[in-house]
Structure formats: structure tokens, C-alpha cells
Design a protein around this ligand. Structure first.
Ligand SMILES: Nc1nc2c(c(=O)[nH]1)N[C@H]1C(S)=C(S)[C@@H](COP(=O)(O)OP(=O)(O)OC[C@H]3O[C@@H](n4cnc5c(=O)[nH]c(N)nc54)[C@H](O)[C@@H]3O)O[C@H]1N2
Ligand SMILES: Nc1nc2c(c(=O)[nH]1)N[C@H]1C(S)=C(S)[C@@H](COP(=O)(O)OP(=O)(O)OC[C@H]3O[C@@H](n4cnc5c(=O)[nH]c(N)nc54)[C@H](O)[C@@H]3O)O[C@H]1N2
Ligand code: SF4
Ligand SMILES: [Mo]
Length: 720
């Protein structure tokens, strides 16, 4: 698939398009798109000289990227050309868990050997145990549409492998948003500059969504107020006008209390509510159970502050909420997002430029997923039906408990489950099973790679082509390859196309080129907002804004909610069948300060993402490590003192699932009762264990998601 490379140079905003080949001696600038799991989906310009990338910069022409990149991707050349890249296929030679846990446990083999061995093992597993004994495990290493799903989905569907329910990040909030709005749409980032009141709700904008920040700064220069609701004092919180440190997992109560004030003080938009919402009377009744005085006790936020927040939010116009996924990593996170999403529906702020709410914009891209993923291929598999579904947030259980059939082969790509999956100790126990055949396709020798039987080298986005949507803005991009693949790296697309041939899958879709796949993704029977968007245009223009008509995008200004009722569903009876409240209510997470378990493990642990890593990605690069201290456990003085813990002491953080070692940092980042640390590679942490040794496989109320932020622990000073 080394095809002609389309290059683009940006000269004072005008773009020149030229065709050339790899290894051209010319200096050229290639347009790509950052595929990492980040709402910003930046437009990227890569300078290539003599076939080697020499510079990376943000595309100045991209209206959200605006010419800059985050600190980690600014250093991307270090990642692409890192001496630690996996460059060749490898086979394990030391028994799992008995070697050094590094590349010396492996020997180099050819692609031919690797693919033959994988095909043979998968066939054997399928014959002996049925194809559902094979489990693909992938998440968001790349969000480029081709390499995120594409050939891999086709391959595993055709094989009849177990389906993976990809719940580890966003299903609680995403599904909850849909219960109110019908679709994952939200305020476009460019409109934030027009807001007068901005709430960052469980949203670490400075760290995780940095391209929204300049729009917020612009709004603030024009008098807007920024409020942050987060149990952790993020950099965003430190820069804000008002930080409300909330007790973890209590946001649903806060949102209901805000609506209590807004409704009882008649601050809602009666006209908008009556025309465009369903269930306002039921909501009105429900919020009476959430007066500010009661909710103050749950949230730790003073009643007067709750009332002030409600009044300011309802009367400042326009007011916008950036709610991010942090809120929905609590057990009751679905209900929290549901209740927060109701706020602009009762104030009517969806009508205003700079109003509304953003959780995700991903529902706006009408790409032809069926054509890219081909779920129909399951019918051609030996099963002849849809395969069973395994929840990725219960990987530990899947590898150690499930039978009929047990998981006998796991194929990991785009993910590092030996770090990111909850209940790490069970996950590792599963990966150590000698009878489990494990394939890992990776760019680096990650913690998960340590458990591979066959390790395969993967390209980075510098080395392959893709189609890049976004979950934080409304621009679609094509990402062009800038350099030839390093070593013997193959993209996910190439790998699964070749493996399909070895398996004897003759379906035409396994022979599609990247360009044909992109064309297929753009051919929708209902192009809607993609009207007129072609690959050729994307290649020529770099990015294209979805076509919503002229002017700012206001999807719900006149209702038009894509829900079954056509209205914003403040009451959703379909929730009742799932045993949930059809409006919204507060149920304390089973791991929170309100739970019985808190008697033994009284501290709420937030194992957050590092601002300069991306989940576990980047954690192994020395130039990036300098910016983070993931070995720290941040805690308040009032929790440290009674435990005899002082700044810099090594501590044991534990619960009934596991323990890790960290170094105490007694600062003002968290309130009493909360401790915080950052996600990093297990092999790079002091106890060589992921922080997820402490988190559980309990699932969220809505969306079967992971509950990383509902986690109780105790901390004690390490005896010296
Ligand atoms: N630099 C960087 N950027 C990233 C990532 C990264 O790892 N690093 N990850 C990417 C990914 S995968 C995602 S999903 C997005 C997610 O981006 P965010 O949703 O912003 O993700 P989190 O960092 O999990 O959570 C945001 C904030 O929620 C807070 N929080 C935790 N519990 C609660 C609670 O109960 N209530 C409230 N109100 N707040 C709470 C956390 O302290 C955190 O500061 O970011 C993406 N961008
Ligand atoms: N304790 C705790 N745990 C968490 C979270 C948390 O906040 N706290 N966050 C959760 C969230 S929101 C998420 S989204 C998940 C993230 O879970 P993952 O999506 O597994 O995230 P990463 O750790 O970034 O691992 C992605 C891996 O994919 C690889 N990769 C990148 N591009 C490619 C490619 O093109 N091909 C192949 N084959 N591989 C590639 C990268 O090198 C990297 O090792 O983690 C979850 N886990
Ligand atoms: S990680 Fe996010 S902010 Fe950084 S370059 Fe990629 S898309 Fe942009
Ligand atoms: Mo995520």
C-alpha cells in the first residue's frame, strides 16, 4: 500500500498540491491529522527532508488547531524515531512472566513466519473451541477511521471472533447524553468565544482539550466568567475565576440542585421548555428532593455557592457547559451526565450562539461505518450469526472466569490493557495463562507487549494514511503519510488485510486500498452534513467543515432533538426498563465516602490522566517524562497528618484488590478524603504495577462503562 503521496504546502494560507514519491530528496510539507484519543484532532504539518521528518507543527489554517500542538505531540519526532520503537515481528522465547520482561524475552522473526503462525493458531483455536474463543482487544491508539476499526473489524467479524464492547472510556456519558438529546452533538469550540459564562464540568481543558482554551481566553477578555467543577485542582481550575471542588461521584446531585433553584425561582425558559422538552413536570417534582442544603452535604459545596452558581448560570447569557468524560467515570456517571445535559434544555441556552453544552461532537460525522466495518461478515463466519459480546472493562473477568468457550486467543492492537484496564491484577493473571495465545501489534514495547506470544511492529500516523473525524469539533480531515514505514512496521490496515489472505478470506473488502476505504466511508446513503465532501477535496483542502448551512451551528435552537419524541427527554421511560430512574436521581457509588466500604478504605482515589501523557501513550519517552511525576500520590494535609505521612514519604496505597507504592505529595490539589495520582506504564512505576491494581470492574449505571473514579483506598506510610 505504498502509494503515491499527496503533499501539501501551506503558503500564506494558500495550499499547493503536488504529487511525489517516498524518499524524494525535496523538502516537502505533508498535511496529516493527529489521530490520538483527544477531542482536538489537530491538523498537523510535517516537514520531510530526504525522506526523514524534521519538523512537526500545528496547521495554522485549521480553525481549531490554529497553528499549535500540545506539549506531547510537539515532541512527536522523539516518538517516531525513538530507539525503543518495535521495528520487526518477534516471537517469545522465554516463558511468560519468567524472562526479564523486555525485548530480550523475544527473538526476531520474519513477517511471513509471524503471519503463518498467527493464522495457524487462530484456525486451531477456532476449530477446537469455536471462533468466539478468540477476542480482539482494541481501543483508541489511533482514532483514524481506517486504522481504528476498518480492516481489523472486517477481519474479526469474518472470523466469528467474540465482539468487544468498547466501553472503557465514554459509553456512560455518551449513552446518557443520547437519553436526553438523541445524538452526540454539542456546541462547537469556536462558539465558546461568544460565551459569557463557561462551566468546565469534570473537564481538564488545559490538559486534555487544550485547543478549546484560546476560545475561552477570548471570551474571558470580553468579560466571561470561567467556573470549574472538579475534585482536583487542575491547571484549568487554577486559572479559573471560580473553582468548586466537588466530592467525586456527586455531580448528579449538584445538577439536580442547580435545577431546583432555576425552576423554583422561575429562571428557566418556559417557552423553550414547553415547546421542546418532554417531562418537565416530572423533573420539577424530582428536583424538590434536592434542595441546596441537602446537596451541600453530599457534594461538599456550600449551599450558598450552589445557589449562586445556579443563578449566575441561568442569568448570564449566553452560558455554555463543557462537560467532559471525567464526570462519567463514577458508578453513577451516566445519571450525572444525564442531569447536567438537562441544564441548557431548561434554560433554553441551545438557542444562543455561545450557549448549549459540549460533551462530544462525534455524532455529526455521517460516515458509512457499515461499509468500513462490515458487521454483515459475521454471517459468513463459521458461526453464521452475531458473535457473543465481551465488555472490555471486564477484561480480568474475561481472561480468568469466562467459559463456554473460554478466551483462548487475544489479539491486542491500539491499546495497552495491561495498564489501562481496571482490576489490573486479574488482567495480568489472565495474560500470564500459558494456554492463552496473545498477539500484540504495537509501536512500543508496552506492558501488554510483555505478555505477547507474537509481537508485531505498528506504524505511527507519520507512516500511514487515514480519515480523521473528531469528537471535539466539526472538521473532517485526511491524514497523509509523510515518511515510509520504519523498519518492517505495518499499519493496522495492512496487517489485517494480509492476515485475511493467510486465513483464506476471499472477500473483496480485504483487497481494498486505503483510498477505496476512504471513498467507501464517504459514501453514505444519507450524506447530510457530508454533502459534497470527497477524498479529492479533503486531500486538496486538508480539512473540511461539515456542512450545516451558513453561520454557527445551533442544532437544537428550535428543538429538533433526534429522540423518539423529537423533544429533549427530561423524562425517559426507556430507562425504567433498565431499573433506572426515568428522570434522574442520586445513588451513591458503592465505592464512595457515603458507602459502607469507606469504613475500611476511607479515601477516594482519582487515578487521573497525566496532562503530558495520553492515557499510557508517551509515558515511556524521556523528553516527556521530564514534564510529569506519576510516582506521586497527591493528598491533603488533613489526611496525611493523622497517618504520620510527610511530604516525600513512600506510602502504600491499598484496598481489597491490590496495592501500589507511591510517594506522598502533600499539597492543595485535593480536598480531605480524596487522593490523586496519574496513569503511567506499570513497568515504569515504583511497584511495577499499574494504578489500576486498585480500580474495580464494577460498571456504570448507564452504558456499562468503567468506573475508574469510584475507587476507595487506604494509605499508610511505608515502614522503613
Ligand atoms: N493530555 C492528555 N489529554 C487527553 C488524555 C490524556 O490522557 N492526556 N486522554 C484523552 C481521553 S482518552 C479522554 S476520554 C479525554 C477525557 O478528558 P476528560 O474527560 O477531561 O478526562 P479525565 O481527565 O478523566 O477527567 C476530567 C476531570 O474530571 C475530574 N473528575 C474526576 N472525578 C470527577 C467527579 O466525580 N466529578 C467531577 N465533576 N469531576 C471529576 C478529574 O479530576 C479530571 O480533572 O481526554 C483526552 N485527552
Ligand atoms: N486508572 C485509569 N485508567 C484509565 C483511565 C483513567 O483515567 N484512569 N482512562 C481510561 C480511558 S478514558 C481510556 S480511553 C483508556 C485508554 O486506553 P488505550 O486506548 O489502551 O490507551 P493507551 O494507553 O493510550 O494505549 C494505546 C496504545 O495503542 C498504541 N498505538 C497507537 N497507534 C497505533 C496504531 O496505529 N496501531 C497499533 N497497533 N497500535 C497503536 C500506542 O502505542 C499505545 O500503546 O484508558 C482507560 N484507563
Ligand atoms: S494530542 Fe490532542 S492536542 Fe495534542 S496534537 Fe493530538 S489532537 Fe492536538
Ligand atoms: Mo478516553
Amino acid at each position: 500500500m505504498r502509494m503515491q503521496l499527496l503533499m501539501q504546502a501551506s503558503l500564506k494560507g494558500s495550499r499547493q498540491v503536488d504529487l511525489t514519491f517516498y524518499n524524494s530528496s525535496m523538502k516537502k510539507v505533508v498535511h496529516a491529522a493527529c489521530p490520538h484519543d483527544c477531542p482536538d484532532a489537530c491538523g498537523v504539518l510535517i516537514t520531510v527532508e530526504d525522506g526523514r521528518a524534521t519538523r512537526i507543527q500545528g496547521d495554522p489554517a485549521h480553525p481549531v488547531t490554529r497553528g499549535f500542538l500540545c506539549a506531547k505531540v510537539t515532541k512527536y519526532l522523539d516518538r517516531v524515531y525513538s530507539p525503543d520503537r518495535v521495528l520487526y515481528p518477534m516471537r517469545r522465547v522465554q516463558p511468560k512472566g519468567q524472562g526479564k520482561g523486555d525485548a530480550s524475552d523475544f527473538t526476531r522473526i520474519s513477517w511471513d513466519e509471524a503471519l503463518n503462525e498467527i493464522a495457524t493458531r487462530l484456525r486451531k483455536t477456532s476449530d477446537e473451541f469455536g471462533p468466539e474463543a478468540i477476542l480482539p482487544y482494541s481501543y483508541a491508539g489511533t482514532l483514524g477511521m481506517l486504522n481504528n476499526t476498518g480492516m481489523a473489524h472486517r477481519f474479526f467479524y469474518r472470523l466469528g471472533a467474540s465482539q468487544l464492547d468498547r466501553t472503557i472510556c465514554a459509553t456512560a456519558g455518551g449513552d446518557a447524553l443520547i437519553t436526553v438529546l438523541g445524538r452526540k452533538l454539542g456546541t462547537e469550540p469556536e462558539q465558546f468565544r461568544h460565551s459569557k459564562y463557561i462551566i468546565a464540568w469534570g473537564a481538564n481543558i488545559h490538559g486534555n482539550n487544550v485547543h478549546l482554551w484560546p476560545f475561552i481566553e477570548e471570551a474571558r477578555r470580553n468579560g466571561a466568567k470561567l467556573v470549574v467543577i472538579d475534585p482536583y485542582k487542575t491547571r484549568t481550575a487554577r486559572c479559573a475565576d471560580w473553582h468548586l471542588p466537588i466530592n467525586p461521584g456527586t455531580d448528579v446531585a449538584l445538577a439536580l440542585a442547580i435545577m431546583h433553584v432555576i425552576i423554583n425561582e422561575n429562571l428557566y425558559d418556559a417557552d423553550y421548555v414547553s415547546r421542546y422538552t418532554l417531562g418537565f413536570e416530572e423533573l420539577k417534582q424530582r428536583v424538590q428532593e434536592y434542595p441546596a442544603v441537602r446537596v451541600a452535604q453530599l457534594t461538599g459545596i456550600a449551599a450558598a455557592d450552589i445557589e449562586k452558581l445556579a443563578r449566575e448560570y441561568a442569568t448570564s447569557r449566553p452560558a455554555v457547559i463543557r462537560v467532559n468524560y471525567g464526570v462519567q467515570r463514577a458508578q453513577n456517571g451516566g445519571m450525572a451526565v444525564r442531569a447536567i445535559t438537562m441544564l441548557p434544555c431548561i434554560t433554553g441556552s441551545w438557542k444562543e450562539v455561545g450557549g448549549g453544552l459540549q460533551l462530544s461532537t462525534s455524532g455529526a460525522f455521517p460516515l458509512n461505518k457499515e461499509a468500513i466495518e462490515r458487521p454483515d461478515l459475521m454471517l459468513k463466519s463459521p458461526l453464521g450469526r452475531a458473535a457473543r459480546i465481551i465488555n472490555m472493562s471486564e477484561l480480568g473477568k474475561a481472561l480468568t472466569q469466562i467459559d463456554s468457550p473460554p478466551v483462548k486467543a487475544i489479539f491486542v492492537y491500539n491499546s495497552n490493557p495491561a495498564v489501562v484496564a481496571p482490576n489490573h491484577n486479574d488482567v495480568v493473571r489472565g495474560f500470564l495463562r500459558p494456554d492463552l495465545f496473545t498477539v500484540v501489534h504495537e509501536q512500543f514495547f508496552t506492558d501488554t507487549a510483555q505478555y505477547a506470544d507474537i509481537l508485531l511492529p505498528a506504524t505511527t500516523f507519520f507512516e500511514h494514511k487515514d480519515l480523521q473525524p473528531s469528537y471535539g469539533h466539526y472538521y473532517l480531515q485526511v491524514s497523509n503519510p509523510a515518511i515510509a514505514p520504519l523498519g518492517e512496521c505495518k499499519s493496522n490496515t495492512e496487517l489485517f488485510a494480509e492476515l485475511a489472505q493467510r486465513m483464506g478470506f476471499t472477500d473483496d473488502c480485504f483487497r481494498q486500498t486505503e483510498d477505496e476505504m476512504i471513498d467507501a466511508a464517504l459514501t453514505s446513503t444519507q450524506p447530510g452534513w457530508l454533502e459534497g465532501v470527497t477524498r479529492e477535496r479533503l486531500e486538496a483542502e486538508g480539512h473540511i467543515r461539515l456542512k450545516f448551512g451558513e453561520g454557527p451551528f445551533l442544532p437544537y435552537a428550535q428543538g429538533n432533538f433526534p429522540t423518539p419524541s423529537g423533544k429533549a427527554e427530561l423524562l425517559n421511560e426507556r430507562l425504567t426498563s433498565q431499573g433506572l430512574d426515568p428522570v434522574a436521581n442520586f445513588v451513591a457509588p458503592s465505592e464512595s465516602r457515603h458507602a459502607e466500604k469507606a469504613q475500611h478504605f476511607p479515601l477516594e482515589l482519582l487515578s487521573r490522566k497525566a496532562d503530558n501523557f495520553l492515557n499510557s501513550t508517551f509515558a515511556n519517552l524521556s523528553s516527556i517524562q521530564k514534564m510529569e511525576q506519576p510516582e506521586l500520590l497527591e493528598m491533603s494535609a488533613s489526611d496525611a497528618q493523622p497517618r504520620g505521612i510527610r511530604e516525600g514519604d513512600w506510602v502504600r496505597v491499598f484496598n481489597d484488590r491490590g496495592e501500589v507504592r507511591l510517594r506522598a505529595h502533600v499539597n492543595g490539589a485535593v480536598q480531605p478524603g480524596v487522593v490523586a495520582t496519574r496513569l503511567t506504564w506499570a513497568s515504569l512505576s515504583p511497584s511495577r504495577k499499574s494504578i489500576n491494581a486498585l480500580t474495580s470492574e464494577t460498571l456504570t449505571d448507564i452504558g456499562r462503562g468503567a468506573t475508574f473514579y469510584s475507587c476507595l483506598v487506604e494509605v499508610e506510610k511505608e515502614s522503613s
